[in-house]
Ligand binder design. Structure first.
Ligand SMILES: [Zn+2]
Length: 79
């Protein structure tokens, strides 16, 4: 779901998913809600391979606890 930051604008902090690329073995992070609500495939940002695998994910409790501030990814949800 993510963490609601601003009820007026329905702005949420997104949970973070860490992916690893099976081609170059580099890691990268995407937003959970953003990636699940996109019609695009997730690809490695370095070599554009689609052979990627999620290996870690934050949850709402973790997001609230660590207060990432400007490092958070966010999204506006339709009301
Ligand atoms: Zn790669």
């Amino acid at each position: 779901m993510g963490v609601l930051v601003n009820p007026r604008t329905n702005y949420y902090y997104d949970n973070l998913i860490r992916y690893e690329c099976l081609e170059c073995e580099k890691g990268f992070i995407v937003g959970k809600y953003l990636s699940q609500n996109s019609d695009k495939d997730i690809i490695c940002p370095y070599y554009h391979s689609d052979r990627v695998e999620a290996d870690a994910c934050s949850d709402d409790d973790l997001l609230e606890r660590y207060q990432l501030g400007c490092l958070n990814l966010g999204y506006y949800k339709e009301k």
